[in-house]
Design a protein around this ligand. Sequence first.
Ligand code: DGL
Length: 265
Amino acid sequence: MVGSVLIFDSGVGGLSVAAALRRHYPEAALSYACDNAWLPYGLRADEVLTQRIVAVCCAAVAACRPAVLVVACNTASTLALEPLRRVLGIPVVGTVPAIKPAAALSRTRHLGLLATTATVRRPYTQRLIEHFAADCRVTRVAADALVTAAEAWLGGVTPEPVRLNAALAPLWQAASASEPLDTVVLGCTHFPLLTPWLVRLSPVPLAWVDSGAAIARRVGQLAAPLLSAGGASGQAFATAPGPALARALSTHGFQPPRYLPVAEC
Ligand code: DGL
């Protein structure tokens, strides 16, 4: 089916994935949907969150009839990819922590995993580490405060370095330890939006690895012929009003969001 690539996240994090898709496929029609009424996902219980993600994605797919859905949220993907694929009749591309490329890059064999509370604890994440980084030490840092900071930053509010440093302290400690980490997985799509801050605040140079390029490649494999073939580009949907969200979306080429009503799917 010809249509846009629909990008879904709890909030503005999916805009980091939209940027990666635009770099790879400048002609592709992109749409955006976010569940800002339930943000942040990373602090919610699994069972209700699974139902919610399925319901929101069903509503968003019905509203914009995309060719492919990109779940641009690690917290949602490590939980709900299977149920989404069961109920949606289109290809679904997930976003999971980039453990494999990070392990390929690390010289010290010590990685940092910066993600939400939910993602650092998930069995899916544990399996990724066992499969792709079995010979690495992985320091997991739950940094939900960075989700709030990224939302504010894209809405026009400059983050406070003291707050960012408080959330990042365990990472900085591990980067300065005697067997230091040298590579950090940005396991939440909000975090690449803060890269200039992460680089500036880090006490030592680190490699920062996100999933954007891998997702763009996967979308190309699944839907390349459809990517420049039309579909309404730039439309956006949200589950709650938010002037800051409209501003953030506009910086990435999306229209002000339309309200997305959500019912059971
Ligand atoms: N952007 C989402 C992710 O990649 C999480 C943000 C949230 O906690 O809602 O995990």
